[in-house]
Design a protein around this ligand. Structure first.
Ligand code: ATP
Ligand code: MG
Length: 399
């Protein structure tokens, strides 16, 4: 019998876009990939996971060994679920350089302009380096992929950035930049302005040091980009509408350590402030729920009665262990005391985790926890395991 649909399944049945965001290094990429895989395996959906900078081994596992924007079909039979996979999983990596080229080819006014932009020496430097380039292109790709309508669900990973919400503002910022007064002043009318400026002392020096060619390149670059200005504004509005759409939801991923959890709480507030739906909070790499219930008493007893327990153990050892390490009550006592104490420490951490989880849970529709697995999540079986935790079915399908 199939399990009843989890809250998460119910939430996502009505969604087309899930955006994973959160502090650095907490498992955004892992969670996005695992969620996409779990849903593709269990629903008749075509799911695309758009990853950003996945760890090498995870990329290989997803068939994304070489960088590029093309989506690859990922075989689902290694996820370790009990049922035959029902949907399709596709994975793509965000290649910033290729995406920028593609954007220029698509949106420049004509082929000749596109060629001139791509050949402009400044183009590569600027698009590759300016702050927010990665975030901007992630949103462009999302918008484009959504527009193509080839997938039932897009699960989007976000770049590690200074501020986890940078990507939300990136399209607007880009539109503002290309519409800025400074830029208009620079490019209109660019050549005559350069000639005029060339007579001023600063430009005479700049010209001598940087060369006329460089200044021409600067002017040409901005002039050509200016022609795409309307497109940037239109798409920034489109992205904004897509992020607010009822078919889009956000997934905040965090660990339950103090700093990332605070950052996640701030993110939740900020999403609410912007009227963006925070559908799901994932507490990743949590402690197992061992630090509660009867195990606590056991640990306390081990610590309190370490000496007599160690002596009883030594006395009851079978002949073959009589000279082994367990026969030394002093060392065994110290180990038992240390285990009991460590358990207490972990218990305190677990209590803090539970408190942070409760606070995070107040701000969203669904909260799930994924324990810290004993191994890195860099192959399909491990992704499958994380996916089952996300869907609340970790005990249902074989791990
Ligand atoms: N539940 C888990 N158990 C064990 N290891 C995990 C778990 N989740 C993630 N990891 C490991 O943690 C590391 C970081 O994960 P990941 O790359 O997904 O984080 P990220 O948030 O995308 O990082 P960045 O901010 O750099 O993009 C990886 O090595 C991954 O395999
Ligand atoms: Mg990542």
């Amino acid at each position: 019998m199939s399990p009843p649909p989890s809250d998460l399944r119910r939430l996502l049945a009505a969604k087309q876009v899930v955006i994973a965001c959160g502090p650095g290094g907490v498992g955004k990429t892992t969670t996005a990939a695992a969620l996409g895989a779990a849903l593709a395996a269990s629903e008749e959906w075509r799911v695309l996971v758009l990853t950003v900078d996945p760890a090498r081994r995870l990329a290989d596992a997803l068939g994304l060994g070489t960088l590029g924007n093309d989506a690859r079909r990922v075989p689902l039979d290694q996820l370790g679920g009990s049922d035959r996979p029902r949907g399709e999983l596709w994975a793509a990596m965000l290649d910033t350089k290729q995406s920028w080229d593609h954007l220029v080819e698509r949106h420049a006014p004509d082929r000749a302009s596109a060629q001139r932009i791509l050949a402009n020496p400044l183009y590569r430097n600027i698009t590759g380096r300016f702050a927010g380039s990665h975030e901007y292109i992630a949103m462009e790709r999302l918008y484009e992929l959504h527009g193509e309508g080839r997938y039932d669900l897009l699960v989007v990973d976000t770049p590690p950035s200074r501020d986890a919400l940078d990507f939300l503002d990136a399209p607007e910022r880009m539109a503002e930049f290309f519409g800025s007064r400074l830029l208009r002043w620079l490019v209109a009318p660019s050549r005559s302005r350069l000639v005029e400026l060339a007579s001023r002392p600063f430009y005479q020096v700049a010209d001598r040091i940087l060369g006329t060619q460089f200044l021409e390149d600067v002017a040409e670059f901005f002039l050509l980009f200016q022609a795409m200005y309307d497109g940037f504004v239109t798409r920034a509005r489109g992205v904004s509408a897509l992020l607010r759409d009822r078919a889009t939801t956000f997934m905040v991923v965090t660990t339950l350590e103090h700093a990332p959890a605070q950052e996640a709480l701030r993110l939740a507030d900020e999403l609410a402030r912007r009227n963006l739906e925070l559908g799901l909070v994932v507490a990743n790499k949590t402690l197992p729920d061992l630090f509660d219930g009867p195990a606590v008493e056991v640990a306390d007893e081990l610590r309190a009665r370490a000496r007599p327990l160690a002596e009883a153990l030594a006395a009851g050892l079978p002949q073959r262990d009589a000279a082994g390490p367990l026969a030394d009550p002093t060392t065994v006592t110290r180990v038992l005391e240390e285990i009991g104490q460590s358990f207490r420490d972990y218990r305190r951490v677990a209590a803090r985790e539970a408190e942070l989880l409760a606070r995070l849970s107040a701000a969203h529709l669904v909260a799930v926890t994924v324990p810290h697995l004993a191994r890195d999540v860099s192959d399909l079986p491990a992704l499958g395991e994380v996916g089952r935790w996300l869907l609340g079915e970790a005990g249902v399908a074989p791990a």
